[in-house]
Design a protein around this ligand. Sequence first.
Ligand code: APR
Length: 248
Amino acid sequence: MDELIDKAARIILGSKLTLALTGAGISVESGIPDFRSRGGLWDRFDPEEYATIYAFRKTPEKVWQMLKEMEGIVDKARPNEAHIGLAELERMGLLQCISTQNVDNLHQEAGSRDVIEYHGNSRSLICLWCNKRYDYREKKGEYPPKCECGKILKPDVIFFGEAIPPSAMTRSSQLASTCQALLIIGTSAVVYPFNVLPRQAKQAGAKIIEVNLEKTVLTDHITDIFLHGKASEKVSQVVSAVRELRGL
Ligand code: APR
């Protein structure tokens, strides 16, 4: 067994409270592009024009051009071995919660039950004018989707310039400052305030296990174990090692 995988598995087995933080990289092998890798979403759509709440209020039809393309991709996406492995760790009682920046619902589809949607979830739509909410399936195929009041609906995801849902922020912060092990998977860790969580965990004495295709701003500063590679491979290797060490 790979020495780093073995160390990561032992940390997870010895941790009384383990939190996972995930980003777009965990869903790339499910066919959903991330944002900042070469060829990622922000290479093709300027986030200033497509991902801020100001852009949405000013030109919602334009933003829906990107959202429509993303919706088609997310609809076809299925959980990969990384999502499935985290759900298994939860079932084994070795992972208490996932706080994800992703809005693709793949953790839930993989069977994870305790998922904090830090940036909301694309499965519901909201009207910024009359606050009415819809399930995205009610407006399937309607672009841009409209509220009964006539205004264009927004996916219930957090755009730049919007506040993080208070409950998501509070609970993620509480868990980050009390966990003994932190798994950080597929995030560049550059977006505030999510990127405060790993530092909070480090300050609280947690062991930091990072999974990424490349080094991030965290790797040389707070990461204890860097599992360099694809999320699906590394997470499934860690889960197998946990099973082996547990004698399952
Ligand atoms: N396995 C592991 N890591 C991967 C993989 C993979 N198969 N593919 C990509 N990665 C890594 C990249 O190296 C990168 O570090 O995942 C990370 C993805 O980083 P970003 O594209 O910046 O995505 P994320 O960190 O989730 O962005 C945070 O920014 O644009 C906003 O709201 C958006 O939630 C998003 C937030």
